[in-house]
Design a protein around this ligand. Structure first.
Ligand code: ADP
Ligand code: MG
Length: 338
């Protein structure tokens, strides 16, 4: 069915079922000029927004609409996780090219509702417009947290350990498979990491409420670039150890099979949506145990040092300066082939 058969308001009516997941605190959901909800009085409100543009962030023919719906909310949930907050209420603005079928949009919203349910996020409103050619999805997400627990990019101190809450590089490898048009069947794990990232809200909460971490960010543009943000905001430098970068066996196999650049794919591409942070050294064991108890990973990959810039100590024991530029929308992309 084409959108013109049901129109903008038919569309809103069609998707609004299942958007409202957690009734507590909500006074007005979809259907008025604004949504209205109560925030918890002793918590601070966190607000983030992220936009996904066809042919910039995704290829419509490559990603299933359900996964695209999940990912458009996941990247926002991940930003809240990176502060150590709890995601709560979302609004979705969507610009739709006329050739899109209503069934495609149903699946897109099914994906958003699916992940919204998993993280108890309400979809409370949005905006719908037509677009000449490309599908654009923008999500704004409100979260909350205790002011004294939230973690910023600016708190890292010399001597801190640097940690990751999950594997990196798999999403980059998934993207590489798509761009190089390789056989997809052998690499479903990597494609899944690219299409269906899972935000690390629980890990973020454990870390922030422990009071032991000093800074945190989510890995969207790559460890190098995102750690670069922490270093600049905190006025420190960092030393990473290549042998400690957590990657999956499948990632290793993929890199070896096609002779790719390990450093580029694991540290410079991103979209892993794991958390990257720093904590004082004495906290490493306690934090690691607390996360393991909840089924979360905690990998120590290096150390914050005085000065500036990031060095990567290779498997040969030699340190080299690392380029901290990740993906930048307005700069020329680098070639990943090693
Ligand atoms: P207004 O003209 O006041 O902007 P709209 O007609 O755009 O209102 O929207 C009607 C209702 O539907 C509002 O509650 C709005 O938040 C909601 N809505 C519109 N588009 C979407 C969307 N893409 N996803 C979720 N809710 C939407
Ligand atoms: Mg509107």
């Amino acid at each position: 069915m084409k959108l013109r058969e049901i129109g903008e308001f038919g569309f809103i009516d069609r998707i609004k079922g299942g958007c409202f997941i957690r009734e507590k605190n909500v006074i007005k959901a979809i259907g008025d000029d604004c949504c209205v909800f109560r925030t918890t009085s002793d918590l601070v409100t966190i607000l983030t927004t992220d936009m996904l543009v066809e042919d910039v962030h995704f290829l419509r023919g490559a990603i299933a609409p359900l996964k695209l719906g999940r990912k458009s909310l996941a990247v926002n949930i991940s930003d809240i996780a990176a502060m150590g907050g709890i995601p709560r209420e979302a609004v979705i603005s969507i610009a739709i090219p006329p050739d899109l079928d209503v069934e495609y949009l149903d699946a897109l919203y099914d994906g958003m509702k699916e992940i919204a349910g998993e993280f108890e996020v309400n979809l409370l409103g949005g905006d719908t417009t037509s677009a000449p050619k490309h599908l654009v999805i923008n999500v704004a997400l409100v979260g909350e947290g205790k002011e004294e627990e939230l973690l910023y990019r600016s708190g890292a101190r010399a001597g801190d350990i640097i940690f990751l809450t999950g594997y990196v590089g798999s999403s980059a490898a998934g993207l590489d498979i798509l761009l190089k048009k390789r056989e997809v069947d052998c690499w479903t794990e990597l494609l899944e990491a690219h299409f269906n990232p899972v935000p690390h809200v629980r890990a973020g909460r454990i870390i922030s409420s422990s009071g032991m971490a000093n800074s945190m960010i989510d890995v969207s543009d790559g460890v190098a670039s995102d750690l670069g943000h922490i270093c600049i905001e905190s006025g420190v430098g960092a030393v990473l150890e290549e042998s400690k970068i957590p990657v999956t066996k499948t990632f290793e196999k993929y890199v070896a099979r096609f002779g790719l650049d390990f450093e580029y794919l694991s540290l410079h591409v991103g979209e892993d949506y794991v958390l990257l942070g720093t904590a004082r050294e004495s906290a490493a064991d306690t934090l690691g145990r607390a996360l393991a108890k909840e089924g979360c990973h905690f990998f120590v990959i290096g150390r914050i040092v005085e000065g500036q810039g990031i060095k990567l100590v290779g498997r040969d024991g030699k340190a080299r300066a690392m380029d901290t530029r990740g993906f930048d929308h307005f700069r020329k992309e680098r070639d990943g082939e090693g």
